[in-house]
Write a protein that binds this ligand. Structure first.
Ligand code: ATP
Length: 313
């Protein structure tokens, strides 16, 4: 099989309120409201679906907000198998106002316990063996241990299923420090700097740090995304710079998630390392060309794929 299980531990309904001008301490009326299923893992899910990769979305979900998310997944014919809880999943509100300003109001979401964590690990273990790859994206809800992702990597490894982990801070660090490592990570430059507590100067410096810092050892794939500059990759003992064409970015939000979807698609389709990297960058670019988050126009795929090139570094 080539199916992917995506994990979103704190999904949301992302509400967008466009306003000409945000007035404080009074009423703002909004006409064009959009409400979409959000959370980084659900962006990955949507893009995998558009890449024709069989995908199932999992994680923790609850309440009427959770049901709204599940209904949207159903409408888009996305399979899902979340663990249900008795608390409400969250709303995340973005107010778009005054020519490009964005004011966000983000709920923290459910507050969970150790027993929720144990139940989820069982839920995950029950489902994981049916998939060829797992992607884990984003942060953890309150109350769960920062070691949860490292535990999930271990459970997946027990069933020989590789994990792509796209997270940050302590949850990422603990997964990298564990005995059983993730198969792939996709940090951006900030996340690399955060992990080692040092700024990265340039690509030579990045290569040096990926090669020597203890925390980066024994991870088969480290894909450091560099926004409009493409990405820098460590794969086993080789290093690559992937160059991408100059484009007019419309909305880059979710490009990292789209890149993860491209990486996952390349891996489950058993493409060559070069093609995996090219596919990931192409999908990231296609997302930045769209207004919508976690959305690509697959008809543009071939044109951009041909303009991405991988060089040994
Ligand atoms: P996010 O957190 O917004 O999802 P990220 O920081 O994880 O993003 P980026 O490095 O910004 O990820 O973007 C991932 C990939 O998307 C890049 O490697 C590139 O292929 C594409 N991309 C992002 N921004 C641009 C841009 N301005 N022009 C062209 N491609 C872009």
């Amino acid at each position: 099989s080539n199916s992917v299980l995506t994990i979103t531990m704190n999904p949301s309904v992302d509400i967008s309120y466009p306003l000409d001008h945000l007035k404080i301490d009074t009423v703002n009326r909004v006409k064009e409201v959009s409400k979409t299923a959000g959370g980084k893992g659900l962006n990955v899910t949507r893009v995998l679906k558009q890449l024709d990769v069989p995908v199932t979305a999992s994680g923790i979900i609850g309440g009427t907000i959770g049901q709204y998310i599940l209904n949207q997944l159903d409408e888009n014919k996305v399979d899902h198998a979340f663990m249900k809880i008795n608390q409400e999943s969250r709303n995340c509100i973005a107010i778009l106002h005054d020519d490009g300003d964005q004011t966000e109001i983000l709920e923290s979401g459910p507050s969970l316990s150790e027993s929720d964590e144990e139940s989820f690990l069982e839920h995950f273990e029950d489902q994981v063996s049916g998939f060829s790859l797992v992607t884990i994206s984003g942060s953890l809800p309150q109350g769960l241990s920062t070691a949860l992702y490292s535990k999930m990597v271990k459970v997946a490894a027990k069933h020989n299923v590789p994990v792509i982990l796209d997270s940050s801070n302590e949850a990422l660090r603990l997964a990298l420090e564990a005995d059983v490592k993730p198969f792939m990570i996709k940090p951006n430059q900030d996340e690399i700097a955060q992990l080692i507590g040092k700024e990265v100067e340039d690509l030579d410096d990045l290569k040096d740090k990926l090669a020597t810092e203890e925390i980066f050892q024994d991870i088969p794939w480290i894909v450091v995304s560099l926004g409009s500059k493409g990405c820098f990759v460590k794969h086993i003992d080789k290093f690559f710079k992937v160059n991408i064409p100059k484009i007019h970015a419309v909305n880059p939000v979710g490009s990292g998630d789209s890149t993860v979807a491209g990486l996952a698609a390349g891996i489950v389709n058993q493409e060559s390392p070069e093609d995996v990297m090219k596919r990931a960058m192409t999908v990231g670019i296609l997302n930045t060309l769209q207004e919508k988050t976690g959305y690509i126009d697959i008809n543009q795929y071939k044109d951009y794929f041909e303009k991405v090139n991988v060089v040994n570094y």
